[in-house]
Design a protein around this ligand. Structure first.
Ligand code: 6MZ
Length: 357
């Protein structure tokens, strides 16, 4: 079996063989996966062997991060996640490394898993990444490299979402959104824009004109929203004012906002919610499966899609996340196979590039 651990692995291990076969055969869309958070551990360790750090501090940071990733990161606060990124970025800053990680991530999602099943983790992948300029590459080159790898797969299998980070300046946002639009207009497989990054940072009001421009250019829009308790109503309102097609997490979206936006049928607004169960459980934004906001969306027949977020630190897989739906409580939600199939269908329907278009 693949190298997953934690709640997803426990749920997976509890399934009977028939349930496992059912889940493996189920067509699934992975619509919320961050490229640099989804690097297979084997690949990141290989990159570390070729890495020549420029300072002693960098050597220590990379070694510490790799040790955490190897043994299982303990998440007590949000910084336990975001502090992993500098070392991962240090290892993935050259064009060659970007090619290597993109290829490895695509293979891990789209090629047969090698666990005895012929099926890949998912049938369709919208991979997202933040265009990153380093001393070795420009943002445009970064995106070109990622797209070159994505486009090795048929359009029905893989596409790119360009992420912008909540910490970005107006100028950086302008550049990233322009690049996304330019690539799309050139026929490259960019299908959407995402807002991600440390949820405690940034002024989302100043993002809206950029996000609206992306939407106006025909790109899908998804935003991380109400991911932590520090996110204010104003923050969520600014993001919702752009009417994103999908919402990432939406963990702490207030009942009031849900009622105004989703339950008022005159709004005609049902953005698909990207649900990342292991990420929320391990990151401690959800106290338990029982307390998870997925219940609200299931009860209200609101579209959701089941996603992995960052398979590297959260040590999960698409199969693992779907196991959390099917496994009996307390290991999983105990949904029926019919309901799990219905959830998977909702995910496929929420893709920016409809796999069956
Ligand atoms: C917010 C997240 C995230 O873009 O370099 N990222 N942003 N919440 C999350 N939940 C845990 N997980 C990942 O991938 C890494 C970047 O994705 C965002 C962060 O900005 C992180 O730096 P890329 O491919």
């Amino acid at each position: 079996m693949s190298d997953i651990a934690g709640p997803a692995a426990t749920a997976l291990a509890s399934l009977c063989p028939d349930d496992l076969i059912f889940l493996q055969a189920l067509p699934k869309a992975e619509l919320h996966a961050h490229l640099n958070g989804s690097i297979p551990i084997k690949t990141i360790l290989e990159l570390a062997q070729q890495y020549s750090p420029s300072t002693a501090a960098q050597t220590t940071e990379v070694a510490d991060t790799l040790e955490k990733l190897r043994s299982g990161v303990v998440f007590n606060e949000i910084d336990d996640f975001f502090s992993l990124m500098p070392a991962i970025y240090a290892l993935t800053s050259t064009p060659e490394a970007v090619t290597t990680v993109t290829r490895a991530v695509l293979q891990s999602f789209l090629n047969p898993t090698g666990d005895g099943a012929e099926s890949p983790q998912c049938t369709y992948l919208e991979l997202r990444t933040t265009p990153r300029a380093t001393t070795h590459i420009t943002r445009e080159r970064y995106l070109t490299i990622v797209l070159d790898e994505i486009e090795m797969y048929p359009a029905i299998q893989a596409a790119l979402i360009v992420s912008v980070d909540r910490r970005m300046s107006d100028l950086d946002l302008e550049e990233c959104v322009s690049l996304a639009i330019k690539m799309k207009n050139r026929g490259r497989r960019v299908v959407g824009v995402d807002v991600c990054g440390d949820p405690r940072r940034g002024d989302m009001q100043s993002f809206t004109r950029h996000l609206s421009r992306a939407k106006g250019a025909g790109l899908g829009l998804t935003v991380h929203i109400a991911e932590c308790t520090e996110n204010t109503t104003e923050d969520s309102l600014a993001l919702l004012s752009c009417r994103p097609d999908r919402l990432g997490h939406a963990t702490f979206l207030s009942d009031e906002l849900k009622a105004v936006f989703f339950e008022d049928i005159s709004q005609h607004y049902k953005p698909c919610i990207e649900i990342c169960l292991s990420s929320n459980l391990l990151g401690k934004t959800a106290a338990s499966l029982d307390a998870h906001h997925i219940h609200y969306y299931l009860k209200n027949d609101h579209p959701i899609v089941i996603c992995t977020d960052d398979t590297l630190p959260f040590r999960t897989s698409c199969l693992g996340e779907y196991s959390l739906l099917l496994a009996q409580p307390p290991l999983g939600l105990g949904l029926s196979r019919g309901d799990v199939a219905r959830v998977a269908r909702m995910g496929l329907d929420a893709a920016f590039l409809r796999p069956c278009d």
